[in-house]
Write a protein that binds this ligand. Sequence first.
Ligand code: MBD
Ligand code: FE
Length: 308
Amino acid sequence: MTVKISHTADIHKFFEEAAGFGNAEGNPRIKSIILRVLQDTARLIEDLEITEDEFWFAVDYLNRLGGRGEAGLLVAGLGIEHFLDLLQDAKDAQAGHTGGTPRTIEGPLYVAGAPIAHGEVRMDDGAEEHKATVMFLEGQVLDPNGKPVEGATVDLWHANTCGTYSFFDQSQSEYNLRRRIITDAEGRYRARSIVPSGYGCDPQGPTQECLDLLGRHGQRPAHIHFFISAPGHRHLTTQINLSGEKYLWDDFAYATRDGLVGEIVFREDGARGVPGRYAELNFDFQLQAAPEATAEQRSSRPRALQEI
Ligand code: MBD
Ligand code: FE
């Protein structure tokens, strides 16, 4: 029989010491979390008979993951970020906070501080004018009764035709395809942009390395991210995932949900003053009432270029 020691009193006391329970300094909450991590790690090592080589490979993997700034990408790809949504949904259902547009994951590619516009804006810098399809995106922000919300902030971001995001892709101009639009008196936002392509993990990166070992791809359908906020309403983090996409229901980050598929329509009628083919996407968002003031704010997750 295999020897198991992680459940013994001696090991428990040892990890309590390692987690700082023997001193009065530090942070009690963090001590509890670290103790649990140590205990669960020890159990996992024993139960799955993790070899020394496997253990040190994992330590090195974490170094490489952090070195490439991909920790946020891995948690999305392993479905943990989606799990947080499912957990919040379950808590909301229990508390009776239901209705409105579903939430879905933020992902790791938001940048704070995008330019602010009122009512409508052009989001692309024209750099892909000759290969991109122009997209007219518009809709309304509605309150729980279906009434338009004037002055809501629609903070949206999406990828270019290569599936990459400005800031993380330094070849794009600052805040390309990132804007904050304040809704007009009809609760309306309007954006002229370009049809995004789906994102794919860096094939050479540590996240894809893990996905390869799981026999999984690292692709997302084309999508548009949103933070929607308004006084008195609950902050909404969500996405529109585009209809007709190969990976719509095979998203490596599990972000596509019922109610979050945007029907993109391609036209060629010159009606928008665009020569040739263009796309239209209409999408309304419905907010919940904020149960308390803090619910109006997004999480304080560390993000690129945090506003000061
Ligand atoms: C993305 O664009 C994205 O939205 C997520 C969740 C993960 C990686 C890239
Ligand atoms: Fe994305």
